[in-house]
Design a binder for this molecule. Sequence first.
Ligand code: PGA
Length: 263
Amino acid sequence: MDNKPLIIANWKMNPTSQKEVERLWDSVKGGIKKNKTIEIIICPPFIWLPFISSMSAKGGFALGSQDCFWENSGAYTGEISSLMLKDLGCQYVVVGHSERRKYFGESDEIINRKLKAVLKNRMKPVFCVGEEIRDSFNEDGQQINEMGLIVGEQLEKGLTGISPERIREIIFAYEPIWSIGTGQACLPDDAMKARLFIRKILSKLYDRRIAERARIIYGGSVDSKNVSDYIKGAQMDGVLVGSASVNASEFNRIIDRVAERKQ
Ligand code: PGA
């Protein structure tokens, strides 16, 4: 098993031109290439995948996509399959990101199909789960465990019919929605609780060995100042970085911080 910490860069729908992509790449490639202690996965928008893929031979990172369709080919206008992504050199696919759930109505059932398609094509899904609200209370004023309720359901439904052999290929990303793009990072203790909770559910759905081996990362307003709290403090296996991953100097600092923590 690979114990290197993971940094997944989710560029989302950025940058908007080839020139800007080249500029961003020029500013981050040095930091990516020189590091040997971290596994870095770059997930650009589909349209920039060929360019970043052409850089991957130089090493230091793996290519991922932010989404895919669940069929391999056919009459699905506008869609891109995991098989096409594989042909381009992608090894990872982010599945179930909260922005896909929110803006494109992706249900747990759709996410389950996508997870199965990615696994069938022998790629690794990055399965995102997370609750929408941080603090909610019932009528008696007692706090509701949103994380437990939502993440538990997303895991159970998303993993339906996925065999124990395949489950090892999945990276689990705990991403509380209230923290994504808000600058409101999750407390490391709460990230750690979510990590333990995901293991508990995996243990229930599969077995303890699978649960203990699962790679579980954190995402949501990660930056160079808080990244060590998650890698070292909360002992997450890595981080999924959104907006800070398209800020070259910030992304380089994140790589440095994670590398320091491994020494
Ligand atoms: P953020 O995004 O780092 O901008 O909060 C995280 C994500 O894409 O999941």
